[in-house]
Structures are given as C-alpha cells and as structure tokens.
Design a protein around this ligand. Structure first.
Ligand code: NAP
Length: 246
C-alpha cells in the first residue's frame, strides 16, 4: 500500500481523504495543525500538531515511508505550504497543492482588493464604521488599534488579545446560508465586510449578501503558491494525479 500524506484543515482536505479512503491501494494519513479545539476529523488515519518545520516534516516523510504528499491546507496557510515544498524537495517525494479557486467579482460588487490584513486595516476607516470581520481569529489583532470602529468578528474558536476595544464575537463555523448572512448584516447594521479570498462555496454567501445590500468588501489577496509545485483545483484532479504517479 502506498502511503499518502494529506496536509488538511480544509473542506477539500476532508473530501480528498474520504475519496482516497475508498482506494484499496492507498494508506491515507491526514495531518491537522491542532488550531481548532474540536476539529472535524477526516476519514482514514489522522495526526495532529506541527512537524517541527521543513526538517521535521522531511524526517516524518522518511520514517513513515510516504509516497506522495497533497498540500490541501487553506490558501492562507503559506507557512505550511512553504515547508511542504522544502520537505518534498529534500526527500524527492512528489507534492501536489490542492487549492480551490479564489472568488471572482460579479456585477454590483464593491470589492477593494488588498495585499494583506494590515492593508485591510489601513483602508477600513475610509469605508465604514461597523465592520463584519471574517478573516479568522488569528488575524483579529491586526485590527486592535482601530478604536473608532465597531467590529463583529466571526470565528470557530474565541480570539485572543490583542483585540479591538469595540468587539462582538460570533462563534460559528460554515457552511453559511444566504438568508442567514443577509439577516446578520442587517441585524448588526454592518456597513463594511472584511474577508480573505478563501474561495469555495461554504463561506461565499456573505459576498452575495454584501452585494445585495450595496456594501463595500475588503478582500485580502492570497499569498502566492510555492514556486514549481503543481496545483490542482479540485478533489477529482488531485485523485487523478495520485493515481498517475509511477
Ligand atoms: P501556517 O501559518 O501556514 O503554519 C504554521 C505552522 O503550523 C506550520 O509551520 C506547521 O508547524 C503547523 N501546521 C499548519 N498546518 C498544518 C497541518 N495541516 N498539519 C500539521 N501542522 C500544520 O498555518 P495556519 O494558517 O495557522 O493554518 C493552520 C491550519 O488551519 C492548516 O491546517 C490550515 O489548513 C487550517 N486553516 C487555516 C486558515 C487560515 O486562514 N490560515 C483557515 C482555515 C483553516 P510546523 O512547522 O511545526 O510543522
């Protein structure tokens, strides 16, 4: 049996693990960072926690005799993606990045694309006063100094300081519905939305709701993929890539 490591923590990571678990020729281990207190567990074997940088991951690949790695981490987990590229190169283990496409604007969108969370924070005061922040709990500190603004932040687990003074936290995890997002934006009188360009259907309804209400959206652009690593946009393409390996 060929051992495949799936670097997960995403919907696609779980879907890939489920698809690969059906293939009798493969042994699948999914790896999670351990950031979420109660993660949704993928099918197959699961390990939780960091590897100890690229060298630790390379050692793990050798010890566990891994035949291929699929980096199905979140588009913004750039550190893990860089480590995977370095470890795969050091061990000669084939690596594929499974990355869902980013979101695209449609007519009526009022998007402001920015290169980082810091750039989003800089732009915000010019766009609104009541902010719906959906960038995940780890990034909330970037907005902590914006005293004039009121924040509604949604995250899976509670955020930790530093935090903005006027902050309401909504603990929830997707998928979210259009009706729910509409009600939330109206109910909290939100006048600007901040999001990463995560892509995918589970969290896209907020963009439709913002468009309907004519709200500006600050969209943080994705970090680049590691150079030279092949990428697949979906689970069937990633499964096919694995099956084609010599
Ligand atoms: P990151 O900044 O790129 O990674 C930081 C460190 O966390 C890595 O160097 C690695 O530690 C460890 N790590 C990350 N992903 C791992 C995995 N799948 N398995 C084992 N160790 C992992 O990562 P992050 O942005 O904090 O994301 C952490 C996890 O949450 C990922 O699994 C990602 O898919 C998921 N996630 C992230 C976001 C986001 O917006 N960033 C959103 C949803 C889900 P070592 O160096 O010790 O190996």
């Amino acid at each position: 049996m060929r051992h495949v490591l799936v670097l997960g923590g995403t919907t696609e990571g779980r879907a890939l693990a489920a698809a690969l678990a059906e293939l009798p020729s493969l042994r699948v281990t999914s790896s999670l960072a351990g950031r979420v207190a109660e993660p949704r567990l993928p099918a197959g074997e699961v390990r939780i926690g960091g590897f100890g940088g690229p060298d630790g991951l390379a050692a793990w690949l050798r010890t566990e005799r891994v035949a291929a790695v699929v980096d199905a981490t979140h588009p913004f987990a750039a550190g893990m993606s860089r480590n995977a590229a370095l470890a795969a190169a050091a061990t000669d283990v084939p690596l594929l990045v499974l990355r869902r496409p980013g979101w695209a604007t449609v007519d009526g969108d009022r998007w402001h694309r920015v290169p980082s969370l810091a750039a989003a924070a800089e732009l915000l005061p010019a766009l609104g006063r009541r902010v719906f922040l959906t960038t995940g709990r780890q990034g909330i500190g970037t907005f902590a100094h914006l005293d004039g603004l009121h924040f509604l932040a949604r995250s899976v687990d509670p955020p930790e300081p530093p935090l903005p003074t006027a902050l309401e936290v909504l603990l929830d995890r997707g998928p979210f519905t259009l009706d729910g997002e509409r009600a939330l934006l109206r109910g909290h009188r939100i006048d600007v939305l901040v999001t990463k360009d995560s892509g995918g259907a589970a969290t896209a309804p907020k963009l439709t709701a913002a468009r309907e209400l004519g709200l500006p959206v600050v969209v943080v652009e994705r970090p680049p993929l590691p150079a030279g690593v092949p990428a697949a946009p979906d689970v069937p393409t990633a499964t096919h890539w694995l099956q084609q390996l010599p």
